[in-house]
Design a protein around this ligand. Structure first.
Ligand SMILES: [Zn+2]
Length: 216
């Protein structure tokens, strides 16, 4: 768990290629029970959304104030966002492995998509319009709506086949494979890719009887 004041708190990466996958990646070392959770409070959720630029600073201020007044609802919104994140992970992870999605995960995502659509509307942007949430007072669940919409768009798109799960044994991060020959295996060559290479190196050395510690 990240303790308050920890320097990693509130620092998120946005390199997966899609918003919904970046949100999935707010859990690190996912295969382990002592995995690292980066969204521990409703404020963390707002910090992520601010960094993702899906809410303005005015909206973040309004939502933080609303969360102070409605603590129970903010905790529910946080729990809902994390449940949505785990189902989103499960659906894309299964897809990357060529497996079908579990019904329960699809139900969770569909519920969030339904809520997002119920609040969706058109917002004028200069000469045109775009889909968004025109509520003048933003709802506490708004971050989940963005994630649900991003996941739904990716799941129904032709680039769904490019979703990958990092091959690092302890990682579980998802990303879009933008390489020409569709051969990307690691979320990051500098971390998981390098670790895998050095593991292979040690395994080869062990198999060859090298690298043993002197016994006496
Ligand atoms: Zn990785």
């Amino acid at each position: 768990m990240v303790e308050p004041g920890d320097p990693t708190r509130g620092q998120f990466t946005f390199d997966a290629g899609r918003l919904c996958l970046d949100f999935v990646n707010t859990v690190q070392f996912r295969p382990f029970t002592d995995r690292l959770e980066l969204i521990n409070t409703y404020d963390d959720l707002l910090a992520w959304a601010r960094q993702a630029t899906i809410i303005t600073s005015d909206e973040a201020t309004a939502l933080a104030a609303a969360a102070q007044k409605q603590r129970r609802s903010a905790l529910d919104a946080l729990a809902q966002a994390r449940t949505l994140r785990e189902s989103t992970y499960a659906i894309f992870s299964s897809r990357a492995a060529g497996l079908p999605a579990q019904e329960a995960d699809l139900r969770t995502l569909n519920r969030a998509v339904g809520q997002a659509m119920a609040h969706a509307g058109l917002i004028p942007t200069g000469p045109g319009f775009e889909w968004g949430w025109p509520d003048t007072v933003p709802e506490l669940d708004r971050v989940s709506w963005w994630v649900a919409r991003s996941a739904a768009e990716l799941l129904t798109s032709s680039v769904l086949t490019l979703v990958r799960e990092c091959a690092g044994y302890d990682c579980g991060r998802l990303f879009m494979d933008a390489t020409k020959n569709r051969s990307r295996r690691w979320c990051d060559m500098r971390t998981c890719g390098n670790r895998a290479k050095s593991r292979r190196h040690h395994e080869r050395r062990r198999a060859a009887g090298l690298g043993r510690r002197p016994t006496g």
